[in-house]
Each structure stands twice: as C-alpha cells, then as structure tokens.
Design a protein around this ligand. Structure first.
Ligand SMILES: [Ca+2]
Ligand SMILES: [Ca+2]
Length: 332
C-alpha cells in the first residue's frame, strides 16, 4: 500500500480515538490487544464476513444505541473519515451484497493500515479466478490425492426394457455403484506426485489442463470467503445425449473427466453385440473448490455430475442415469 495512504489512515485513526475520547481506554488496554491482527473492514462481529448484521450494528453505533471498543470503532469506520455514520453502514451493506470490494484491516503494534483486496465478485471474475487456480494444479502442485470416488444411481431406468435384459442392466448398474475401493487402483491414480501422474488422474483426465470453461459453459459461479479461504462453486450447463463425448467436448468436457460411449461398450462384455447407438448425456455438473486466498492455490476440489447412458437394446430404447463424485486434496 502507498505510504501516504498508510499515514493518512494512521492520522484518521488518531482522529477517531481523539474524537471518541477513548485514547485513555486504548492506552490502558493490555499489550496483547495491540498485537498484529487482521480483520475485514466492516466485520464488527468478527465472524469472518461482512453481512447485513454488521451494517445494522454500525447503524446502531451511528445513532448512539450501541457503543464499540476502540478497535471495533476503527473496523466500523468503512469510509475512513474518522466518524461512524450511516454512510459506513451503507458501505457495509454494499460489501455484503458484493457491489463494493472488500478491504482488509491490518493492526500492527497500534498502527492500522487498510489494504484493498479485490475479491472476485462478478460471475466473469470468479470464473477467470477459478480457471487460473485450477489450471495451476497439474503443473505446479506437489501432490494431488484422490480421497473418494463415489458412484450412485441418479434415477430410474427410463424406456421399455425387455424383462430378459433387466438382469444385464441391473448387473451393469450394480458394478458401478458405491464408493470405489481406492486400494485397487494404481497408486499413481490415487496419489499423483509428478505432473504426468496428475495429468492422468486429475480432471480433465489425460490432458495437461483442468478447465477450459467459458461463460457460455456455465449456469453460475459463486464465491464465498471465510478465514482466508475462498470456496468457489461452478454449475455447468447440461449436454444433450451424444455418441461423441470426451475432453474439451461440450460444456461438461471442459472441466469434468466425462464418460465416453466407448468405455461403456468395452465394459458390457458379450452384451455389446445387442447394444446399438450408445449415447451419453451429462447434467447437474458441479465443481466446488477451496482456494487459499493469499496464494491462489487450490486446497480441495470436489467434482460431481450425472451421466445418463442411453442405448438401443434389441431395438428397445433405454436410458440409465448415474451420479459420479470425486473428491481431491491438493498439497503444495
Ligand atoms: Ca460480520
Ligand atoms: Ca465513517
């Protein structure tokens, strides 16, 4: 931050203290009260977020209904003019609703500085931030661990399946259900320590990237922050059934390790001769990552989507939806 601003803020703080007549109280505070700490400007209930509750309390302070400690008085003075007024409450509301950038207040041995940190706010900003963070994992992380892989039923079989085929369908479903025993996977697919191993196991599998998402591919992108960690959630648009799915294809192929029809026909054994026109649709795609806001490094990544397999079995059309969830932890 610029020195002039730092000085200005220090002067403002002195003004606040003097005007509020709290200098003596501040001076009598135990020494550890002046030890370095950080708080979001406006977060006067110190819960790690600026919300409407903070705005209301600031308004109560402005109208004299509430009295704040010296430190919280500084936290409540959002426009840094040395006074607690309705303007400060309005700023807090604007921060709470995301139209005003959040700021961090540093207190160090009695000196208070304000740092404007541009927390991604709009959908476009959040998506750009997400892409940068997630695409840094494969080339730069120290280790990526697969924590869970869970397959689930995501609805009933649709279509008129002949009784004779139900056994095959049920065994196909049964073999895909539940939490995968990771000890049966190749170790490098569970714990990837080289870039090549991460390219193979971390979404999007078998590429050197993790997201090519654009605004055209997503329904929403949201970001919340607490204690220096951003939680980003991206909802991906559905893709209609297709015989050709894979990395970089459709919306879901730009961020998920999607299922390809070839994988199905390779895994149904002798039944493959009875199956025609295998298509896969993807929907309900959700990526949730946590990111260290100080470094921009992804800490955890959770992927979930529904893939619906449709096919013609002995001339009958059927469709079966499955859910697939994978949870990863990233070490740096
Ligand atoms: Ca708060
Ligand atoms: Ca003010």
């Amino acid at each position: 931050m610029k020195k002039s601003l730092k000085k200005q803020v220090s002067v403002l703080l002195c003004a606040v203290l003097l005007m509020c007549g709290i200098v003596p109280a501040f001076a009598q505070m135990p020494k550890n009260a002046l030890e370095p700490y950080c708080v979001y400007l406006g977060d006067i209930d110190e819960n790690g977020a600026v919300t409407a509750v903070d705005a209301r309390r600031i308004l109560q302070t402005a109208s004299g209904v509430r009295t704040l400690s010296a430190q919280l008085t500084s936290v409540a003075d959002l426009n840094r003019d040395g006074r607690i007024t309705a303007v400060d409450a309005r700023y807090a509301l604007q921060m709470a609703s995301g139209v005003r950038a959040k700021q961090i207040l540093h207190v160090q041995t009695g000196e208070i500085t304000v740092e404007e940190r541009n927390i991604p706010t709009t959908q476009a900003e959040i998506l750009t931030y997400f892409n940068t963070a997630i695409n840094g994992v494969k080339p730069n992380a120290k280790r990526v661990r697969l924590l869970h892989e869970i397959n689930s039923s995501a609805g009933e079989i649709r279509g008129n399946l002949p009784e004779s085929m139900r056994g095959i369908a049920n065994s196909l479903i049964a073999s895909n259900m539940g939490e995968k025993d990771l000890s049966k996977l190749e170790p490098a697919l569970v714990r990837a320590t080289t870039p090549a191993q991460r390219n193979a196991m971390f979404p999007v599998e078998n590429t050197n990237w993790s997201s090519h998402l654009t605004q055209e591919d997503i329904l929403s992108a949201t970001l919340t922050e607490a204690n220096g960690v951003y939680t980003i959630e991206i909802l991906v648009k559905p893709d209609v059934p297709s015989g050709k799915t894979g990395a970089d294809i459709g919306h879901n192929g730009k961020v998920f390790s999607v299922i390809s029809p070839a994988v199905i026909t390779e895994n149904v054994g002798t039944a493959a001769t009875m199956i025609r026109n295998v298509q896969i649709a993807h929907r309900d795609g959700k990526v949730r990552v946590t990111v260290d806001s100080a470094t921009g490094q992804v800490l955890t990544a959770d992927y979930y989507f529904v893939w619906e397999m449709s096919m013609s079995v002995l001339g009958m059309e059927i469709a079966i939806p499955f859910g697939l969830e994978k949870n990863f932890a990233v070490e740096w």
